[in-house]
Design a protein around this ligand. Structure first.
Ligand code: SF4
Length: 730
């Protein structure tokens, strides 16, 4: 009476922007006609080009986080369990009433890089295309929006030039503001192995802290926080001084070089050494390595992005690659790495408040017209929406009266917790959809919706190298959970947009997303999936990892270059961008951006004398709603601590493990309380705390409450790496 069926499914790890493939073995047991499904093993997918079989500890223990325990199982309204119909009726009605009374900009969606591209596409279409507001922003604003703006300023498009193979081919690898050993471990493993194979490969690590990543460094520059633009202006100047410029490339393929070099020319090696507070010799050795190399990759992440200078940081880096012609070739380029598994997919569909869809611009009349015709909607917004910090300010001021938060926990992750809590508490109507019940933001929700979790979701994600991979459902939904795209579509239909939101599968949504990217494109826009339009459901099911753009000509390659196929039914993608030195600007040349360095916003003073930096622990993820469920992942770091230099501790009369109260101007009444941990890996006068813990785990450890609204003026990305604090013994 019992039968067993074994099968294996390939999916994608849901944690970081590396986007590793995973293979999961499943066993279906059919006992007396009762079916049950069990995952018996999970391993790194050998065929996936992101990881080739590798996984980090988080990915390895993924199955420990898929239990139904701690899941949201049923929809509820003000704490009362309801049927789906009642919940979605209410949401649709509330949105319509609010829009009728106060206009489309009185409602907002705050979404997440944890959503799949198909979920994201539908959310963006509803808000920007049919409600007619730009008010959809994402927690990816906190992750990589500065990198996006940097690429757009330089290349005319949010186009990441490189791929992971470039990290292995490079002769010089510069890691800036990234503790890749902990945050993107599989990429770090690839770099380690490349360095082992090629001992002459030079690795330069730029970070105020001595992190695990510095173990790979030939040169480690522990710069003063907030001086990245000075360091890279200095490199640009050094390239000029040592005649290491690629004059032909600069002349033929770039704009605005003269202005940029003028801004950089006062940054001599001596000046940089003094301003960045690092040894002259280290600066010079770094500059010389870059200047004499033909193949350098600069790999950057949150330390670059989460700053009031985030966009300038990115452009200061890009300027050096343009000046030396180290772009568009194997082993070369400025390479921003996303934190989240689908931050890139969110960018593709327009999940940021300042983008439309398929990398088109809201304020570009041609793009607006094109998207309006494609969506058959007269309501497509032509105005920018509010970016994350501004969105919560608008909630607090009452300008936004309805917010739907999807798959994210802004009470913990946004800076200025006090404001976020005030804003949500006084907002007229708050909807939160999530898969987990331990989420601090749920306490503010009028309507709570149970969404499917990683192991139940079906769709696509895009990793940091533009590679689109399938995420495949392993199990049916838990409880009454539904997929995000289903929930949003149902609300869209109930708001009267039946035709636009009558989706029946993620395959159908992906096809529409691909068709929009290809609509009247003809190679003029960077994001193009023409070669994937018209896939059958079974081709979508089988889709192998592929890097965009997948142009129509890629499809024709199937006949002409069979060796480049991922599969018989699938065209090839694009490994590298700008190999032809053609950019997406008005004259097809890349833009140098003149950089005038500026200071962080929260500066130290006698009252707040320490700089606080934040980041991830090795084995935890975001606000721990998933990794917190794995006992094994708690073993490495079981609680939050404040890393402090022993000399600072001595001056303050602090012993190791003493409880410390942290204050900034932002939280005068409610201290953050953490035990002290001494480390000489920390510069004196600076300290570090992990981001993950919140009141849901233990009281008074909410780090983001120390940070203000300070953000980059262009990208809106909050400065989450630099707060001025004081430290006292509890
Ligand atoms: Fe998952 Fe990132 Fe680890 Fe890969 S490196 S297994 S994507 S957390």
């Amino acid at each position: 009476n019992t039968s067993f069926v074994a099968c294996s499914k390939q999916s994608t790890c849901p944690y970081c922007g590396v986007g590793c493939g995973v293979d999961v073995d499943l066993l279906e047991t059919n006992k007396f006609a009762n079916k049950s499904l069990e995952a018996t093993n999970l391993s790194g997918s050998r065929e996936h080009p992101a990881n080739f079989g590798r996984l980090c500890v988080k990915g390895t223990h993924l199955l420990e986080t898929t239990s139904p325990e701690g899941r949201l199982l049923v929809p509820s309204v003000n704490g009362r369990e309801v049927e789906w119909d009642e919940a979605t009726d209410l949401i649709a009605q509330k949105m319509q009433d609010t829009i009728a009374k106060h206009g489309p900009n009185s409602v907002a969606f705050y979404v997440s890089g944890q959503l799949l591209t198909e979920d994201y596409y539908v959310a963006n279409k509803l808000m920007k295309g049919f409600i007619g507001s730009g008010n959809i922003d994402t927690n990816s604003r906190l992750c990589m929006s500065s990198a996006v703006a940097g690429y757009k300023r330089a290349f005319g498009a949010d186009a990441v030039p490189c791929n992971y193979e470039d990290l292995e081919i490079a002769d010089v690898l510069v890691l800036v503001g990234s503790n890749a050993a902990w945050t993107h471990p599989v990429l770090f493993q690839r770099m380690e192995q490349a360095k082992k194979r090629k001992p002459n490969m030079k690795v330069i690590v730029v970070d105020p802290r001595k992190t695990a990543t510095a173990s790979l460094a030939d040169i480690a520059l522990h710069i003063k926080p907030g001086t990245d633009t000075i360091l890279f202006n200095g490199l640009l100047n050094y390239l000029r001084e040592t005649e290491a410029l690629d004059q032909a490339f600069v002349k033929r393929h770039t704009n605005n070089f003269a202005d940029s070099i003028r801004c950089a020319e006062s940054y001599t090696v001596d000046a940089v050494s003094e301003l960045c507070d690092v040894a002259r010799e280290s600066v010079e050795t770094f500059y010389e390595a870059f200047a004499t190399s033909k193949r350098s990759v600069t790999f950057y992440s949150m330390g670059v992005n989460q700053s009031v200078s985030g966009v300038d940081n990115a452009n200061a880096i890009i300027n050096c690659h343009l000046a030396s012609g180290q772009i568009g070739k194997p082993g070369c380029g400025p390479f921003s790495i996303t934190g989240q598994p689908n931050a890139m997919g969110g960018r593709e569909v327009g999940g940021l408040a300042n983008m439309l869809a398929a990398h088109m611009d809201i304020e570009n009349p041609q793009h607006h017209d094109l998207v309006s015709r494609f969506w058959h909607s007269s309501k497509v917004t032509s105005s920018l929406g509010l970016k994350a910090v501004d969105m919560f300010d608008a909630l607090e001021s009452g300008q936004i009266k309805f917010i739907w938060i999807m798959a994210t926990n802004p009470v913990v992750s946004m800076p200025n917790r006090q404001k976020v809590e005030r804003a949500l508490a006084q907002c007229e109507f708050v909807v939160v959809s999530d898969c987990v019940a331990k989420n601090d933001t749920l306490a503010f929700a009028n309507v709570v919706l149970p969404a499917t979790g990683w192991a139940e979701k079906d769709g696509t994600v895009t990793n940091s190298e533009r590679r689109i991979s399938r995420q495949r459902a392993l199990f049916p939904p838990t409880g009454k959970a539904r997929h995000d795209w289903q929930i949003i579509s149902e609300v869209g239909v109930k708001m009267g947009f039946e035709k636009a939101f009558s989706y029946s599968s993620p395959a159908e949504i992906f096809d529409e997303h691909a068709a929009l990217s290809a609509f009247e494109n003809k190679g003029s826009r960077d994001f193009d999936l023409a070669g994937l339009v018209g896939m059958t459901p079974s081709q979508y099911e089988q889709l192998s990892p592929i890097q965009w753009p997948v142009r129509w000509s890629n499809k024709q390659d199937i006949q002409t270059a069979p060796e480049r196929q991922f599969s018989a039914a699938q065209p090839s993608g694009t490994a590298r961008l700008f190999t032809d030195n053609i950019f997406f600007t008005h004259n097809q040349k890349a833009n140098f951006v003149p950089i005038i360095p500026k200071l962080p916003e929260q500066l130290t003073c006698s009252e707040f004398p320490f700089v606080l930096n934040t980041g991830r622990s090795r084995d935890h993820w975001h606000t721990m709603t998933r990794t917190g469920n794995s006992a094994r992942l708690h073993q490495h770091t079981g609680h939050a601590e404040l890393n402090l230099h022993p000399f600072d501790a001595k001056a303050l009369g602090i012993k190791e493990h003493d409880l410390l109260a942290l204050h900034s101007v932002n939280n005068p009444d409610e201290p953050v309380i953490l035990p002290a941990k001494f480390t000489r890996n920390q510069r004196q006068g600076e300290c570090f705390a992990p981001i993950h813990w919140s009141k849901a785990w233990s009281s008074h450890v909410h780090i983001a409450s120390l940070f203000s609204n300070a953000r980059d003026a262009i990208s809106g990305q909050p400065e989450l790496k630099h707060a001025a604090i004081n430290i006292t013994k509890v």
